[in-house]
Design a protein around this ligand. Sequence first.
Ligand code: SAM
Length: 247
Amino acid sequence: TSFGFRTVREGEKQDLVDDVFHKVASRYDLMNDLMSGGLHRLWKDAMVSSLNPPKNGARVWRHLDVAGGTGDIATRVVERSNRTIKSTVCDINGSMLGVGKDRANAAGLSENIEFIQGNAEELPFPDKHFDAYTIAFGIRNVPQIDKALSEAFRVLKRGGRFMCLEFSQVDVPALDKVYDLFSFHAIPKIGQVVTGDGDPYSYLVESIRKFPNQERFAQMIRDAGFERVTYRNYTGGIAALHSGWKI
Ligand code: SAM
């Protein structure tokens, strides 16, 4: 992986990612809004409405949000269930979890959302435990994606749902050009202004480039054991939502 002018070894990747999110945790939501022009909110809403969690609390339904950061997805899932389900946010970064915990407390959701520090490649949960696994803008940062996918498969019950929201390959030529200009030039600058350091953002932009396209990622999900794997593009493929089932 090349990072600006130097090369990043595989083992360094997680350290770099951790560094970015420690630095940005308190301003993470602002950064997200600036970098996506607020679109991440719409994509997340669409993801959770597609997940469609049960709304009446008739049965226990466990949701795991990996790389859940400050709890954006978990909060939406819990609210959409009319606060009847429990969500577990798992993230490798204590700073992001800290911000999420404060937010959940302030929203009166501390009963519904738990925050657990852990690595997507080695989840600290038993087999067949969850009804749904979500990961939003997280899997791209994980050094070994295939490991994260097989962990997702392991912790889901039979009949469980896997959903991943991630930046993807833009399939609209003009949009592609604008997006390239924006991401290569503007995103590191925004990072520089808001967090005082643009370099880590160059790295994140590059990780978007390196991430497999829609079809290739769908195949990786199938390779991990999931069935009925589908995807849909958001905003011309800037983001894509992949879905699969553990049958
Ligand atoms: N899901 C949240 C959202 O959509 O707003 C946060 C996404 S943020 C771009 C990526 C998150 O992935 C960070 O909180 C980071 O700490 C987490 N992360 C990076 N590597 C991870 C790993 N190996 N295991 C679990 N989480 C990881």
